[in-house]
Design a protein around this ligand. Structure first.
Ligand code: FAD
Length: 261
């Protein structure tokens, strides 16, 4: 079984700051990590490989420093790591990211399962997985917290706000994995040694995946960002310091002033 996992290198913070002048992310001085739910996807792929055999291939699109994320995945135990890196990929929106990743997946065919995180902690759109599935024409199940594979089918439990649903589909399929799915393993010491001393991270550019330079990166991005900004901080609340009956009276007065009552 060939399992492909898409991983994104993200800044190690939930507090992504924006440059108010350019509207772009401030990445300087922020250490990078593998997007947390992508680690859950790697863990799920490794567990499946342990059960049924096969290979796990991780791919990431990003600048050369995304090599670190791929080495960490190798240290966790994946078999092969590919970095999609090319100046032509710069400025990609989610669609151009998804189509670039999908071209790499096509090159890796035949494959059985594509796993990704539910959502990246910086971009936060949760669009890349579903867009890849659409582009590749494979079934998708999002928000997966548990799955099994048997007889050419995957059976996945999908988390919903008020419960869960169980879906079954034929392989190949794409699943996006949530943090509830498992606890990602730590890289082992021999794994780290192998990843940095013996294994290689393959590098593919636009030519290697047969991408039209006009269809990737900024040129292949239909989204136009008009403006990005951080919302102004909320004003501090007011504490009414008085005996309970008086405090209630004052509170009612304030609410009436604001037409809330
Ligand atoms: C108009 C526009 C311009 C942009 N320009 C830039 C830019 O110049 N530079 C820049 O860094 N970003 C840029 N971005 C952001 C970039 O498009 C997103 O970071 C990227 O498409 C992933 O979207 P997301 O973070 O919302 O991922 P999500 O859709 O939330 O991620 C879901 C899953 O998809 C997979 N995934 C997502 N991204 C990747 C990836 N790169 N490699 C492998 N797997 C991945 C992972 O499994 C991840 O868990 C731009 C966005 C827009 C809309």
């Amino acid at each position: 079984m060939r399992i492909i996992v898409t991983i994104k290198q993200v800044p190690d913070t939930n507090e992504v700051r924006l440059d108010p002048r350019t509207g772009t992310l401030i990445r300087e001085g922020v250490p990078s990590i593998i997007n947390p739910e992508d680690k859950n996807a790697i863990e799920a792929a490794l567990c499946l490989r342990e059960q049924v055999g096969g290979e796990v291939v991780v791919i990431s699109m990003g600048p050369p420093q995304a090599d670190d994320a791929l080495r960490e995945a190798l240290a966790m135990g994946v078999d092969r790591a590919i970095l999609l890196t090319d100046r032509a990929f710069a400025g990609a929106d989610t669609w151009a990211t998804a189509t670039t990743l999908a071209l790499a997946v096509k090159k890796l065919a035949p494959y059985d399962l594509i796993l990704g995180g539910r959502q990246a902690i910086d971009g936060d759109t949760a669009q890349v997985g579903p867009q890849m599935a659409e582009y590749l024409g494979v079934p998708q199940v999002t928000y997966v917290r548990e799955f099994t594979v048997a007889n050419g089918h995957v059976r996945a439990t999908r988390a919903l706000e008020d419960g869960h649903e169980v879906l079954e589909t034929a392989l190949p399929a794409l699943l996006t994995i949530t943090k509830e799915a498992n606890k990602p393993r730590y890289p082992s010491a021999p794994g780290i040694f192998r990843a940095y001393r013996e294994q290689t991270v393959e590098r593919w550019g636009a030519a290697e995946i047969g991408a039209d330079p006009e269809g990737v990166g900024l040129k292949g991005s239909p989204t136009q960002v008009k403006r990005s900004f951080s919302p102004p901080p909320k004003e501090p609340g007011e504490v009414i310091k008085a005996a309970p009956a008086e405090a209630a009276k004052q509170l009612i007065g304030r609410m009436k002033q604001k037409n809330l009552l």
